[in-house]
Design a protein around this ligand. Structure first.
Ligand SMILES: [Ca+2]
Ligand SMILES: [Ca+2]
Ligand SMILES: [Ca+2]
Length: 287
């Protein structure tokens, strides 16, 4: 197809030029607190089209896709380094990309007094050193809320707003030495079932959590019925000699195993964590 310019200048071809995407937020190597949503924003111009709108934007963070828009907030990213990529496409289907890296700081747990192990989370609100975050949203976009603190010998985790899902498990996984790609024998999965059943499993070193726990794996938990559809749960996990150490932690609400499938939804923090892969969990510093 000929356009006006090629009619005026025979033999001269106007080549479509690629668009120019810019990531405006985060700025390069920006550092974020772990429990605050990260603002992602970009813009793009094109020599032929001018300003490009958000529907031509394609975002990924660590290869995971996000909505086609100019800006959005992202929650539940794991502590560590991340890469955000913006790809924009002009009206002639020519694309260009740009990337930026940013860092989420580890969870930092300062010493606190012990709460009451009663399945309720109200006393966490008045404790300065509590860390608060959400699990990945349920399908109706509500989300369970997690409060976390530590005392001299224990890690305390309180889950609020848990949906009743028959035979589901509320879990905390602890990688005590922050090592290894697969869950190892010293990596423990603490679980409280919707029916009140408590279990502890350790990693088998080959991608599973099916080994019995060590005899030292003391664990206490308590559940509380808030309404007919919501409950809360509180965990007391012994820290042993882990003062001043790095851990990796995973928090989640898992639908029953009978619903296991390729597209099984798991409500984790970090949102995209993998149960059997501690390197995807939340790096945590005990201070
Ligand atoms: Ca163009
Ligand atoms: Ca309590
Ligand atoms: Ca480990």
């Amino acid at each position: 197809m000929e356009d006006d310019i090629t009619k005026i200048s025979p033999g001269f071809t106007v080549k479509n030029q690629e668009p120019n995407p810019i990531i405006e937020s985060p700025i390069a190597d920006e550092i974020f607190s772990p429990t605050i949503p990260v603002f992602i924003s970009g813009s793009a111009t094109d020599p032929e089209d001018g300003l490009l709108l958000g529907e031509t934007y394609s975002w990924t963070i660590d290869q995971i896709s996000y909505p086609k828009q100019n800006s959005f907030f992202v929650e539940g990213l794991a502590p560590g380094n991340h890469t955000v990529t913006l790809t924009v496409t002009d009206s002639q289907k020519l694309s260009a990309s740009t990337s930026s890296s940013f860092t989420i700081l580890p969870l930092s747990l300062y010493m606190s007094s012990s709460p009451n192990l009663d399945g309720q989370c109200n006393e966490y609100a008045s404790e300065n050193n509590t860390i608060h975050f959400n699990l990945k949203p349920y399908s109706d976009d509500t989300r369970a809320h997690v409060s976390l603190l530590r005392s001299s010998d224990s890690l305390w985790v309180c889950f609020q707003g848990l949906k009743h899902i028959n035979s589901s498990n509320v879990v905390v996984a602890v990688d005590r030495d922050s090592s290894g790609n697969d869950a190892q024998s010293d990596d423990l999965l603490y679980a409280l079932n919707d029916n009140g059943y408590v279990s502890i499993r350790s990693g088998n070193g080959a991608g599973g959590f099916d080994s019995p726990p060590p005899s030292t794996a003391n664990f206490q938990s308590s559940a509380f019925q808030i309404t007919s559809t919501l409950w809360s749960a509180e965990f007391k996990i012994p820290l042993g000699s882990l003062l001043q150490k790095q851990l990796r932690l995973l928090f989640g609400h898992l639908p029953p195993i009978t619903r296991l499938s390729k597209d099984r939804v798991q409500y984790f923090y970090p949102y995209n964590a993998v149960l059997t892969s501690p390197k995807t969990w939340a790096s945590t510093t005990l201070i």
